[in-house]
Design a protein around this ligand. Structure first.
Ligand SMILES: N[C@@H](CCC(=O)N[C@@H](CS)C(=O)NCC(=O)O)C(=O)O
Length: 200
C-alpha cells in the first residue's frame, strides 16, 4: 500500500500507525501547494480532495480521512491491539477520542495556519486550543495513554496534533500529563522511525 503524506502534516498519524503495525508500505510525498506527488503525478487525480493523508491499497481502492485510515490499519494488524474489540466499551471511548481530536483539536488549528484569518480570530483559536489541551491533560491523569495503559490509534493522532501545538508555541509546557504522554510516545520506535523518515 502507499501512504500519501506531507512532512509534519496530519498524515504523520497514519505514518506512525503503519510503523507500529509493522505493515509494509511505500511513502509518497505530496506538495500540497502544487498538488503534485514527488513522482510528478497530478495528486488531484489520485485523491480529488487534494488533502493528505490518503492510503492507496494494493487492490487500487483509495481510503481518505485520517480517522478511517488509522482504524483500517489497526484492522490489518489485529495482533497489535491498536483498537479495542468492537464489543468493548473502550472501543467507543477510542471513537470518542478520535472524533474529539479531529474536530476540536485538529480543525481548531485551521485559523492559525490560514494567513487570511485576522489576528483576533487567531488569538481566539489559540485560547480555545489551550483550553482543549488542558482538558486532554486532565484526562491523562495517572494514565500512560488516552485509554489507560493500552495504546490505541488515537494516541498517534493526538501526538501528531501536539507537534503542531509545540510548533505554534501554544502554552502547553505546564501540562504535566501531556508532557509525560509526549515522552511515552517519543520513546516508541514507530514514532522515532516515522519522524526520521519525514525529515529526509
Ligand atoms: N478531514 C481530513 C483533513 C485532512 C487535512 O486537513 N489535511 C491537510 C494537511 S494536515 C491538507 O491536506 N491540507 C491541504 C488542503 O486542504 O489543500 C482528515 O481528517 O484526514
Amino acid at each position: 500500500m502507499k501512504l500519501y503524506y506531507k512532512s509534519g502534516a496530519c498524515s504523520l498519524s497514519p505514518h506512525m500507525v503503519l510503523c507500529e503495525a509493522s505493515i509494509h508500505f511505500e511513502l509518497v510525498r505530496v506538495d500540497l501547494a502544487t498538488k503534485k506527488t514527488e513522482h510528478g503525478e497530478d495528486y488531484l487525480k489520485i485523491n480529488p480532495k487534494g488533502q493528505v493523508p490518503a492510503l492507496l491499497l494494493d487492490t487500487g481502492d483509495l481510503l481518505t480521512e485520517g480517522v478511517a485510515i488509522i482504524q483500517y490499519i489497526a484492522s490489518r494488524a489485529p495482533g497489535k491491539g491498536l483498537m479495542p474489540p468492537q464489543t468493548d466499551f473502550s472501543y467507543f471511548k477510542a471513537i470518542e477520542w478520535l472524533n474529539y481530536i479531529a474536530t476540536e483539536l485538529h480543525k481548531g488549528f485551521g485559523p492559525l495556519f490560514n494567513p487570511n484569518f485576522p489576528d483576533n480570530l487567531k488569538q481566539a483559536a489559540r485560547q480555545q486550543l489551550e483550553k482543549n489541551f488542558a482538558y486532554v491533560d486532565s484526562q491523562l491523569d495517572h494514565k500512560d495513554f488516552l485509554l489507560g495503559e493500552h495504546l490505541n490509534v488515537a494516541d498517534f493522532y493526538l501526538y501528531t496534533i501536539i507537534t503542531w501545538a509545540k510548533a505554534m508555541t501554544l502554552d502547553i509546557a505546564s501540562l504535566n500529563n501531556l508532557v509525560r504522554f509526549i515522552k511515552n510516545m517519543e520513546e516508541r520506535p514507530s514514532v522515532k522511525t516515522a519522524l526520521a523518515e519525514e525529515k529526509k
